[in-house]
Design a protein around this ligand. Structure first.
Ligand code: KG4
Ligand code: ZN
Length: 351
């Protein structure tokens, strides 16, 4: 069987051709980082317009590299949840159009489940059942993953996603977008104990939850102490102060980056262990853009080795958004889980 997978949930326009037994025949990712950089985050309207321009050339190039045409495909898969509404619509519309034109079946891909499946694509044996930690720009969640088609949400962030916190804190420190890699680089040589940033829910041994907005605010107040509200003008539209206006030293940036990164990593490691404890599972799979973070990888490797937990982290090139991880659709096709052409997008998190 041969599948074409489309991925347009956020700001990457991606497609891949996957064959069975699990093999990647081609993969193309058109990144939009350059378009969003000056805004310090993804601008949804720009993202959806860029997807529209790129989706057909990306599909053509992916098929060309695989040396096939649409007629050789057995099905067309597309990530329809979760993500930015406008972005999801472009991928879903393109997939439906291909299905109508070729008469091939349509398969739905859950983008978060696909992030975990990246570990399987990379060769993980006996991945399921496992606890899945998904850490990306839009999500930070723990799942009980019974199989490739059976995931149950255990808990997640109540406010910002970890990647979003990396991106916002990078902006505060005057570091370029995307913030995760910038903070990782800036943290090298920094002292991760220099600032005592908060670890939300650390003492709560019941709740599998994350919260990063307080941490983000703590970094901000470290840079620019909060102003007494009585001294603020009534109409306070003042822009947020960022690093170049407050003139942070290189040492301070490195220490702030390292201390912030350590706080995020502590929360992610701690709650992953709690999820393993609660479920009694012995396998942890980690995916999503933030899974590329070398400090997170190092800490998880250490602790999982100590506790004899089998750890699978998606390889670097499959951490950030791509269509290869959508190979999970092959499992759905095998299970007969095809979708009608009335399939809709579901931008919010599906539980
Ligand atoms: O999975 P992804 O490509 O997109 C979403 O589905 O959201 O994740 C993008 C996020 C961004 O917030 C980016 O800053 C973060 O992943 N990221 C990292 C690293 N590389 C990418 N965060 C921390 N350390 C990294 N090395
Ligand atoms: Zn993602």
């Amino acid at each position: 069987m041969i599948l074409l997978v489309l991925e347009t949930t956020c700001d990457e326009t991606a497609a891949a051709v996957i064959a069975e037994p699990l093999r990647v025949l081609s993969s193309v990712v058109a990144s939009q980082d350059d378009l969003h950089r000056r805004f310090g985050g993804v601008v949804p309207e720009i993202a959806s317009r860029a997807h529209m321009e790129r989706i057909l050339p990306v599909v053509d190039e992916t098929l060309r590299r695989a040396g096939i045409t649409v007629n050789d495909l057995d099905a067309i898969a597309v990530a329809n949840t979760p993500g930015l509404a406008g972005s999801l619509l472009v991928g879903l519309s393109a997939a439906k159009a291909l299905c109508v034109a070729t008469g091939k079946p349509l398969i739905a891909v859950n983008h978060l489940q696909a992030h975990i499946y990246a570990c399987k694509v990379a060769g993980a044996q006996n991945l399921f059942p496992c606890v899945g930690l998904i850490v990306s720009g839009g999500h930070t969640s723990l799942y009980r993953c019974n199989s490739a088609i059976d995931f149950t949400l255990l808990g997640g962030t109540i406010d910002d996603a970890a990647g979003e916190a990396f991106d916002k804190v990078a902006t505060l420190l005057g570091l370029p977008y995307p913030g995760g890699p910038s903070i990782q680089r800036a943290a090298v040589g920094g002292d991760c104990t220099a600032y005592a940033f908060p670890r939300s829910f650390a003492k709560d041994r019941e709740r599998l939850a994350f919260s990063f907005s307080g941490l983000k605010t703590a970094v901000r107040y470290q840079i620019t102490p909060p102003v007494d509200p009585r001294r603020l003008p009534a109409d306070n539209n003042a822009p947020m102060l960022v690093a170049d206006t407050v003139n942070l030293s290189e040492k301070m940036i490195a220490d702030l980056a390292a201390s912030f990164q350590e706080a995020v990593v502590d929360c992610l490691v701690d709650k992953s262990l709690l999820a393993l404890e609660k479920t009694g599972l012995k396998t942890l799979a980690v995916g999503g853009g933030v899974a590329a973070n070398s400090r997170l990888r190092e800490r998880l490797e250490e602790i999982c080795c100590e506790r004899s937990i089998s750890l699978h982290i998606a390889p670097h090139e499959l951490c950030t958004d791509n269509a290869v991880m959508g190979a999970i659709a092959m499992e759905r096709l095998r299970a007969g889980l095809t979708e009608p052409l009335s399939l809709d997008i579901k931008p919010g998190l599906v539980r």
